[in-house]
Design a protein around this ligand. Structure first.
Ligand code: ATP
Ligand code: MG
Length: 390
């Protein structure tokens, strides 16, 4: 069907022609059964990494110590991973060392959930030792094997279960959920960056409310930084990572900076969240031209959306934000036709904090339409209106 599947099929065909066994595994198989578009179509094979490399002209070693080789075929790149079992688990994280094996069954056994442990051959038939298809049909997330043992091996799997429940709207099977309740504290072992990556995917989910509910029910929420309260997420349905973090920040109150900082958000992400929260704060006092000037359209729209979700007493704009912004006298500070050097020259005064203050007052007057953005007009305004007011 699509390009990524074509690429994977072509890789499998060539591995088979060379005498190896190869199948599609993981998320792509699950998503195909669900009728969801696939992003990464991963191939697993009984060929050793060196053997994979010998079959193809163009390969890149992306994770050869874990058995993964990126194979480039005309239809695109495909990740090919040798069947493996995980070695010993240290510190409740996935092992650094893996053992390559020749049996697909062993490879599927190390995978987290039954829905992620299905393989598919090139002819479209499935290899499904753990009842994955049945669980997908029923909308159930179920650990492969003994749930408690699997979460002891790798605590991140618990958060993956939560994130899949948001992504797919599935329930967590009762023994799996019970194991999470027992092992929840182990999530503290997991690096904040990896937790952030799962929360990124949770916010994008179609059923964030379900995910946060599972976070509470499993007890995981108590071991993560910040407040996670499902009832605040009931109406949240924008499937956007940044909006997820911004809304989460809003629910943290004064502590939002510390909480989000602990998840190692990038500076860019933090800046967006900060702008949305500031815009929302400004809107509580009514809309001014300065608000339209200071904040981007998206930030203001998000602030409106949050005001609606939280049922805040905020007046909504009468026209579209974009329309109002296009009509502003100027759109950026740089568009002011007068700068600090002009002010010093005109006044004959020495520099000081007053320059910045005068520029700010000038900016506000121009943005509010009380002053024309014209050098002569501003010069007069500074001499007569501004300094006389002081
Ligand atoms: P997504 O749609 O988010 O990519 P995915 O199922 O493909 O979901 P990946 O993180 O891409 O998730 O992992 C690919 C596959 O590797 C999974 O389907 C699962 O079989 C296996 N896997 C990934 N992480 C783990 C883990 N922590 N423990 C066990 N198996 C895992
Ligand atoms: Mg994937």
């Amino acid at each position: 069907n699509n390009k990524e599947w074509q690429a994977a099929y072509s890789v499998i065909e060539q591995l088979e022609n060379a005498g190896f066994e190869a199948v599609v595994v993981g998320g792509a198989v699950r998503d195909a059964i669900l009728g969801r578009p696939a992003h990464d179509v991963d191939v697993a094979t009984n060929a050793m990494p060196e053997e994979v490399k010998s079959v193809f002209n163009h390969t890149v070693d992306v994770g050869i110590q874990h058995g993964t080789v990126l194979v480039i075929v005309p239809a695109g790149p495909v990740e090919v991973t040798t069947y493996r079992t995980d070695g010993d688990y240290i510190d409740h994280r996935r092992p650094e060392e893996v053992q390559f094996v020749r049996s697909l069954k062993e490879d599927l056994q190390r995978r987290d959930f039954t829905m992620n442990a299905i393989a598919m051959r090139r002819d479209g038939t499935f290899i499904d030792y753990y009842g994955g298809r049945q669980d997908i049909e029923a909308g159930v997330i179920r650990a492969v094997g003994n749930a408690q043992r699997r979460f002891t091996e790798d605590a991140l799997r618990m958060l993956r279960a939560v994130r899949f429940s948001a992504q797919l709207g599935f329930v967590i099977e009762s023994e799996t959920l019970a194991a999470m309740q027992i092992k929840a504290a182990d999530i503290s072992w997991i690096a904040k960056e990896r937790i952030k990556a799962e929360l990124d995917k949770l916010w994008i989910g179609k059923d964030v409310f379900n995910g946060i509910q599972k976070l509470e029910e499993s007890g995981l929420a108590a071991y993560l930084n910040g407040h996670f309260q499902a009832n605040h997420w009931r109406e949240f349905n924008v499937q956007d990572k940044l909006l997820g973090w911004a809304y989460f920040a809003l629910l943290q109150g004064e502590q939002w900076r510390e909480v989000l900082g602990s998840y190692r958000l990038s500076n860019k992400e933090m800046a967006f969240v900060k702008a949305v929260l500031a815009a929302l704060e400004a809107l509580k006092n009514g809309w001014t031209n300065m608000d339209y000037f200071l904040y981007a359209q998206q930030e203001l729209e998000v602030a409106c959306y949050f005001a609606e979700l939280r049922q805040l007493d905020v007046q909504m704009p009468q026209q579209s934000i974009q329309e109002i912004q296009t009509k502003l006298p100027i759109r950026h500070k740089q568009a002011l036709l007068v700068n600090g050097t002009d002010l010093l020259k005109w006044s004959g005064k020495k520099g000081g904090p007053w320059v910045k203050e005068a520029l700010q007052a000038m900016l506000e007057a121009v943005v509010n339409g009380e002053l024309q953005n014209d050098r002569q007009a501003i010069k007069n305004w500074i001499a007569h209106d501004y300094f006389n007011k002081e």
